[in-house]
Write a protein that binds this ligand. Structure first.
Ligand SMILES: [Zn+2]
Length: 266
């Protein structure tokens, strides 16, 4: 069922039009706390695809970005606040992130007046949220943006000249360039996987593989639960920050030549 959730909190997926309408209404209802823009307006990016708004009108898909922070402060104070960024959906068919991101927007704004913790957060932090980072994918519930996987479109482990082709990736790139982000959350969905603690315990015995703690805990081989998609195998992943994790991927099955890439990104 599409459309915004009822006040009974029966959460449901949003259409592009319903999500856009919610963001616009939140920005309109809470002008001191929220500011809504698009990657097209803020960064001059092109749009990808055609989307249908809540009135049924078709137009260019817009990559909405809402900024939540108490805007009564001057610009210098605003920009000096710790900034975090939450991406709802790089993959448009992973709709749970869109709902989560939109509900976070609603939660922060509607509870500001009555919840001391929310008020403190909104008064002292800047939260940037793009619920439908992959706008056309979100609208059509497709993983890709017009045939390109946005999560393989960043300039990492990618040949020069074949990255940053999607508006989705460029939106994320521009947000990174415009803000000094201290925390970034990117939602994915459609699979279940057991995980080791993150960051991993420093007490891991020397030489032990990342899979071993999980095997001890689960009493199994640690094989991930497959719930659709194509989560085929869990691979230990070394991160550049020096920690490690067990990663099970929501990517389609791939050949061995792309194993490294699929092991490091979801
Ligand atoms: Zn994904």
């Amino acid at each position: 069922m599409d459309g915004p959730p009822s006040h009974g909190r029966a959460f449901a997926y949003y259409t592009y039009g319903a999500a856009s309408s919610l963001l616009q209404s939140l920005a309109r209802d809470y002008p001191q706390l929220a500011s809504l823009t698009t990657a097209q307006e803020a960064y001059g990016l092109r749009s990808a695809g055609t989307c249908t708004d809540s009135a049924g009108h078709q137009g260019p898909c817009l990559n909405h970005i809402i900024q939540i922070s108490n805007r009564s402060a001057n610009a210098a104070v605003l920009s000096a606040r710790p900034q975090i960024y939450i991406s709802g959906a790089l993959h448009g068919d992973e709709q749970v992130g869109i709902v989560t991101a939109l509900e976070l927007c609603r939660w922060l704004l509607t509870r500001y007046a009555t919840d001391d913790w929310v008020r403190r957060l909104v008064d002292t932090r800047m939260v940037l949220i793009s619920p439908m980072t992959n706008a056309v994918g979100s609208a059509t519930r497709r993983r890709d943006e017009l045939g390109i996987d946005p999560n393989r479109d960043f300039p990492f482990d990618q040949s020069a000249g074949s990255c940053m082709q999607t508006v989705t990736a460029r939106t994320v790139n521009e947000i990174y360039r415009a803000h000094l982000l201290q925390l970034v959350v990117t939602f994915h969905g459609g699979m279940q996987a057991p995980r080791t603690r993150y960051p991993a315990s420093p007490r891991r015995p020397a030489g032990e593989t990342p899979r071993a703690p999980l095997r001890r805990r689960s009493g199994t081989t640690g094989a991930p639960t497959r719930t659709g998609g194509a989560c085929r195998a869990a691979r230990p992943t070394t991160l550049r920050c020096g920690t490690w994790r067990r990663s099970c991927l929501d990517t389609p099955a791939r050949g061995a030549s792309t194993a490294r890439r699929t092991a490091t990104r979801r």
